[in-house]
Design a protein around this ligand. Sequence first.
Ligand code: BDP
Length: 678
Amino acid sequence: MNNFRRYLLIFLLFPLLFFAEDGSKLWLRFPNAKTGISADKIISKGKNPTIEIAKKELMNYWQGQTIELRTEKSLKNLKDGYTIKSNSDKIIISAAKESGLLYGVYHILRLQQTKSDVSQLNITEKPSYDVRILNHWDNLDGTIERGYAGHSLWKWEDLPNKISPRYEEYARANASIGINSVVLNNVNASPNMLRTDYLQKVKVLADIFRPYGIKVYLSVNFSSPKVLGGLENSDPLNKNVQQWWKEKASEIYKLIPDFGGFLVKANSEGQPGPQDYGRTHADGANMMADILKPYGGIVMWRAFVYSPSKEDRAKQAHLEFVPLDGKFRDNVIVQIKNGPIDFQPREAFNPLFGALKKTSEMVEFQITQEYLGFSNHLVYLAPLFKETLESDTYSEGKGSTIAKITDGTLRPNKITGIAGVANIGEDENWTGNHFAQANWYAFGRLVWNHELSSEQIADEWIKMTFTDDQNFLNPVKEMMLSSRETTVDYIMPLGLHHIFASGHHYGPEPWGDYKGGRPDWSPVYYHKADANGIGFDRTETGSNAVSQYFPPLNEIYGNIKTCPENLILWFHHVPWNYQMNDGKTLWEELCFKYDTGVKNVRDYQKLWDKMQPYVDEQRFTEVQSRLKIQARDAVWWKDACLLYFQTFSKMPIPYEIERPVHELEDLKKIKLDLKHHN
Ligand code: BDP
């Protein structure tokens, strides 16, 4: 191509490039760059990379009055929070830390972008948690465990020399919502992560993230001393093993002085751990904690442990960890999944929350939609996150919510943290589905301030990501707010859980009975449908998992009359003709729930089509086509579950609801080629 033609092509394509809406800008759609205030309208004494970023953001995007950025040591009690105050001629953002100033800048930019009044600001913000962390389940080969937005963002092959611009964009997006920590690699960790060449790559990422206030952490494989270091074993009480970790830590901190610490999945789903040597979780965690302590590092030790024993899987973490309470060092924090099984669409909260009185506890959520239709389904997760955080454990009497147990209110002077398994990959729009960006956003906003409502967050996100036009804002907000319940309805209503197809966890397989395999990876283990009824009896007559909850919850859950209906099959084996609160039988209720789920998705489709005038073409069609998949999947779920459970209930599907369109035998034959180990 000669030069003239090349320029002509660029000239012709330029408007397309400029207007293309691929979602890569996330919620950071400020007015055109470089239209912000001039440098002389930013008053700031400090010179520091974080402050430079804050200034750059203002110069690019802030269109209001003069801003002063002040570091004030007296604001230490706000941690990395800040104040924003306006007087007649300027806005003053003050914080003890530079990262606080940057957060303050994103705050006013958000106000500007959502068209809020910025004339009389008097804001004080203090984050709910110290460690606000994304857990990436990214492997060194570029795949992501349970990732549905393409390959990993981290280009290990190219690092440390070649640097993708997306590293910085990623850091900026996180900083804009207050996320200050990331675990780069999968909890099923390769020992190679700790190899010197990989640590040098990690250092490059840490250097890029640091000015955005973000610390890097790593998942570590407990067997690293043996596998990587060639030691005889990885026994935490072995002096050579301890020495190996000591040297590794020293190597890491030389490269990354503010390294955050380790995340450990040990003796869980086949991963190695201290129990391989007859030691306890506390022995393992403390060995690492002692080594990281001088550097200020922490250990996040996961409580996601269960084995194929006779004991109800939902009870196992509590049984294993409660006896260890008080034995963990103060820089260990036990990371607990929101529910006792595994990130299901709805679970009872994990009874371990509040049960460890002398040990720091943190919640682990899953932002990636392993059990929620991957990135195909539109499911806004703030309501799920809030449901957990607002659950009252009664551990210290009424009002002992999970939020208050984990944020330091009821357990002061310990580390506080909260984790979300990231849904981010290298897709242009970062998260696969445009609406899944809202879950990354919501996680960040909530861990900064868990008192924000799901609605407030959705409102902000829509305004920032799409438009503030009320004709779009209100219906789309309603769709988002109802979407989690809708998904529960068409996947697993009334407390049903884990009836997914094995391995990939995408579609339904309630008939799954892996005889000879692990019963606790079989759907029939979880729903226990038979001629009498359906549901897992976790009362005194069953596994007695209810006894792990503090009074009065043990009684509330244990009594079929008082158990919340949305968890009834979680705790009870319920007769098919049991009468529900609305007068329907359990069987009818189940049918209506599945049907409601399907109907709601159809309504979302109609609603979205009406939104076309307010959305750019690319995002409109991409969301539209995913909603089609979601509608088909919802029908698939409904038919599979109802037709299969009907073989036990032997009752008719109520005439008011949509007829099945599939044959059960055909559905049983579906085998998706999506690989996974359990
Ligand atoms: C389950 C996933 C599995 C993870 C495991 C974990 O299916 O891929 O490794 O949790 O959290 O949800 O360790």
